[in-house]
Design a protein around this ligand. Structure first.
Ligand SMILES: *Cc1c(COP(=O)(O)O)cnc(C)c1O
Length: 353
């Protein structure tokens, strides 16, 4: 792939690592590439970070043709930079694209775009403990017409944001509300795709949870509101007795790469892991009779996030005395160790730049 480069002649001053937060600062460049049926993907370019101009009838503004990905570039102690399973993000993006009738990007081209862009912005990868360069590839339809149909003109972009340590104040278990009114996704819908609309539709429940003092929502299945699905932007796992249970991928759950990695680590280390249906009734029984030992969310942003409290229909359940559990901590240490290059990677997950 030929990637044109237009250097930003007015680079920004980089923020200090301790003010980064999440997604507030952006690097000096962005990657762009366009698609139309006649030319396929074309005009791949890395240009100064700038606003995107859209026709007011642009498809994405009316019908939500948009998908995205999220992954991080990590700074190793030796100064080098590495990605974690980037090919998994690329495959998932193509699966999301297929669901929304957006075009596929050949895996090798997507990887080249990503790695070339990260190399260009390498200096923006922060050095402090727990920080990283968050990468946000996204794709949207921008036909200049109000007709509802498969889009013909598409833009693919990658932007990057240096992000702070998720646990700057130490690992605090989160409080989560089980949502029994709104649903996030149904089978046959777009739950397994990382598409913008899923998140717009999630906000109302998130607001309600926040008003009650809960940081996130745990979704139930969209048909019976009976089975546990996932948290806002994290998959969930429970240690019940000696079995790690995580909801199986039925089509309405986002197939997280952190989820997949946790399962692979646990299986390799001999734990009993079940991807199966888990009803909220089974979970509340396990909480009542004390067999629920640990609960955690897993996703790229926080990696592994212990759940200290669950609220279901005004019943509060405290998990593991509100503290991080041993297995949760072990998964966190293993994954972050591999991601930042502090421990060996026996899985071949690391992609060094
Ligand atoms: C991105 C996301 C996840 C986590 O996926 P990772 O690949 O582990 O980052 C889980 N659930 C939802 C709804 C998501 O958007």
């Amino acid at each position: 792939m030929n990637i044109r480069f237009e250097k930003n002649i007015a680079p920004k001053e980089k923020p200090q690592d301790n003010v980064l937060g999440f997604g507030k600062y952006f690097t000096d460049h962005m990657f762009l590439m366009n698609y139309d049926p006649e030319n396929g993907w074309h005009d791949a370019r890395i240009v100064p970070f700038q606003n995107i101009s859209l026709h007011p009838a642009s498809t994405v503004l009316h019908y939500g043709s948009e998908i995205f990905e999220g992954l991080k570039a990590y700074r190793r102690a030796d100064g080098g930079i590495q990605l974690f399973r980037p090919i998994e993000n690329i495959r998932r993006m193509n699966n999301s694209a297929e669901r929304l009738c957006l075009p596929q990007i050949p895996e090798e081209d997507a990887l080249e775009a990503l790695t070339t862009f990260v190399r260009t912005e390498a200096e923006w990868t922060p050095h402090s403990e727990g920080t990283s360069l968050y990468l946000r590839p996204f794709m949207f339809g921008n036909d200049e017409s109000l007709g509802v149909h498969t889009v013909h003109h598409v833009t693919f972009a990658i932007i990057a944001s240096p992000v702070g340590s998720y646990y700057a104040e130490g690992i605090n278990p989160v409080r989560i509300m089980i949502e029994d009114e709104d649903v996030r996704a149904v089978r046959g819908g777009t739950g397994y795709a990382k598409c913008g609309g899923n998140y717009a539709a999630s906000n109302r429940a998130g607001e309600r949870a926040a008003q009650k003092g809960y940081s996130q929502v745990l979704w139930l299945d969209g048909v019976e509101r009976k089975y546990i699905e996932e948290v806002g932007a994290m998959n969930v796992m429970f240690l019940i007795g000696d079995e790690v249970v995580t909801p199986k991928l039925t089509g309405s759950i986002l197939p997280g790469i952190t989820r997949k990695s946790c399962i692979e680590i646990l299986k390799k280390e001999g734990y009993k892991v079940s991807e199966r249906l888990l009803s909220v009734e089974e979970l509340s029984n396990a909480m009542k009779n004390g067999t629920l030992k640990e609960a955690w969310g897993c996703g790229t942003a926080a990696v592994v996030s212990p759940i200290g409290e669950l609220l279901y229909k005004d019943h509060k359940y405290i998990v593991n005395e509100g503290k991080i559990g041993k297995l949760t901590q072990h998964l966190y240490d293993t994954l972050t160790g591999i991601q930042w290059g502090k421990i060996a990677d026996p899985y071949g997950w690391i992609y060094k730049l």
